[in-house]
Ligand binder design. Structure first.
Ligand SMILES: Nc1ncnc2c1ncn2[C@@H]1O[C@H](COP(=O)(O)OP(=O)(O)OP(=O)(O)O)[C@@H](O)[C@H]1O
Length: 262
């Protein structure tokens, strides 16, 4: 067979694949039969109206529901083909490979340095030179090094909200994860700090796979490669972001992106 350029081009590899995922809080079903492939070193945005299940789905991707009383996840979530819910899968290892950044910056009441090296320290790293190197690399990766390099021993609580959020991203990077999950990481920030976070997310895909929940369709359009539209616990439509925003297949997606509901 003569191969066309389409068949020879290497498709982006799937990093996380969710199959037939159902998530319950007690008897309430928050996610229904969700299926989604999240490509390696791409940004996948999860959008949809409030309460549609975006955060619930995101938290399933690193087994955070293990910590929620009454929550139950059914189905498969494959990380590089391995089910993270398999009986022999270790949640500690999974959370090492998949980092999470929350909606509000959550610095610990410690120095900037201690915040960033927190993960490597609790995983047993004691070597000061190694920790210094991790700290610098993570802060550079989070585009914060130049702003804080002269005050690493000052309290992280003295940083601005936007700096705190980039420091939280540095704290996630310090563990050298493969995937970074972000739950509306810029929603508590002003437009300038938001724009810095958005620029940073673009740079993160040089190394990491990013999955981000956002309320802002403009933000999803600016920063993501793929977009999944959630509604009432279902993934209604998923595709390349420019396609979803210009040629949605489903009426519900079109109604949402044109502002008819949500
Ligand atoms: N811990 C919980 N216990 C019970 N129900 C919950 C819990 N967390 C979320 N829910 C419910 O699950 C549904 C989905 O919530 P979720 O937070 O995932 O939505 P969302 O799309 O992220 O919303 P938002 O955009 O407002 O943050 C909602 O009906 C919510 O009330």
């Amino acid at each position: 067979m003569i191969e066309t350029p389409e068949t020879t081009a290497a498709p982006a590899k799937d990093k996380i694949v969710a199959k037939d995922v159902n998530i319950y809080y007690g008897s309430f079903q928050a996610i229904k039969n969700a299926a989604l492939s999240m490509r390696a070193q791409q940004v996948t945005a999860l959008i949809g109206p409030s309460g549609c299940g975006k955060t619930t789905f995101l938290r399933a991707l690193d087994r955070m529901h293990d910590l929620t009383p009454g929550a139950r996840v059914e189905g498969q979530i494959l990380l590089d083909g391995q089910d993270i819910y398999a009986p022999d899968a270790d949640p500690v290892v999974i959370r090492h490979r998949i980092g999470m950044v929350f909606q509000r910056p959550n610095p610990f009441p410690k120095t900037i340095y201690e915040n960033v090296v927190y993960g490597p320290r609790i995983h047993g790293e004691r070597n000061k030179a190694k920790l210094d190197e991790v700290c610098e690399r993570a802060l550079r990766g989070a585009a914060l090094w130049d702003e804080v390099k002269d005050r690493l021993q000052r309290s992280a609580l003295d940083l601005s909200g936007g700096q705190q959020q980039r420091m939280c991203i540095a704290r996630a990077i310090a563990l050298d994860p493969e995937v970074i999950l972000m739950d509306e990481p810029a929603s508590a920030l002003d437009p300038i700090a938001t724009s810095k976070i958005e620029d940073l997310i673009g740079q993160l895909t040089e190394k990491f796979t990013v999955v981000i929940v956002t309320h802002s369709m403009q933000q999803a359009a600016r920063i993501s490669d793929y977009t999944a539209f959630f509604h009432l616990g279902e993934i209604v439509e998923v595709g390349p972001t420019n396609h979803i925003f210009t040629h949605p297949r489903e009426k519900r997606t079109e109604d949402y992106i044109t502002g008819r509901f949500g």
